[in-house]
Design a protein around this ligand. Structure first.
Ligand code: MN
Length: 229
């Protein structure tokens, strides 16, 4: 065994629905502006842009159900309800038709965003990393193996804060469907087992405050829930 100055970090292990197995997270890729109404609410024309991507560190993945300290350096933490694609194969430069073969399963996720830091970054033409990639910024519900699910190209997606509905849409409203997103991404990077792809959020993003509980629910999947102290 190789000598190291400290224990090698272990990946975040996500629960798998109806299984004792765990899904080890490698990288987290996220799609920007993949629902027309959300693109409009953020001031963009949804018809002109191919998908674009940003990332979160793999260890930002946080299992559903935790109570967390409120993230530092923000007065405007936002929820973003998203379908999460869990990658189980390896692929570079694949076609949308080949994408299905790389997908292991799906989950519900919350792409937590420090919107005030993001707004400043946009204004200053600086990177989004500290707006999007902070500790515990990707809340992920238990993953479901694709074999156990129906067609995930449609189905209700919503976010609630303290039980009040804030986002409510359908997966079929995505501008770029999952197979196209995975294919596009595979042209930029080699996708590998353990990668997660957060596929964008519908309209209605809004604030979470200390003391709030936020749940992302997608038809057929386990919810992604987080509370902030
Ligand atoms: Mn997002």
């Amino acid at each position: 065994m190789t000598d190291t100055p400290f224990a090698a970090p272990t990946p975040t292990l996500l629960p798998i629905h109806q299984s004792d197995a765990r899904f080890p997270v490698r990288r987290i890729y996220c799609v920007g502006r993949n629902y027309a109404e959300h693109a409009r609410e953020m001031g963009h024309d949804p018809n002109r842009e191919p998908p674009f991507f940003f990332t979160k560190p793999g260890d930002a993945a946080t299992v559903s159900g935790r109570s967390l300290p409120f993230p530092p350096q923000t007065q405007n933490l936002h929820h973003e309800a998203e379908l999460v694609v869990a990658i189980g194969g390896c692929g570079t430069d694949i076609s949308p038709a080949e994408a299905e073969g790389l997908i292991w399963g799906y989950g519900a996720g919350n792409d937590l965003t420090r919107r005030d830091i993001q707004a400043k970054a946009k204004e200053m033409r600086r990177p989004w990393d500290m707006a999007k990639g902070f500790d515990h910024s990707a809340i992920i519900g238990a993953l479901h193996a694709k074999d156990s699910l129906g067609d995930m190209t449609h189905g209700a997606i919503r976010a609630t804060v303290n039980g009040d509905i804030r986002q409510s849409a359908d997966l079929s409203e995505m501008i770029w469907p999952v197979d196209a997103v995975v294919a596009y991404l595979s042209r930029l990077v080699t996708l590998q087992p353990g990668d997660l792809v957060m596929t964008g959020t519908p309209a209605g993003v809004g604030q979470i405050k200390p003391g709030d509980t936020c749940a992302v629910e997608i038809e057929g999947l386990s919810p992604a829930v987080v509370s902030f102290r």
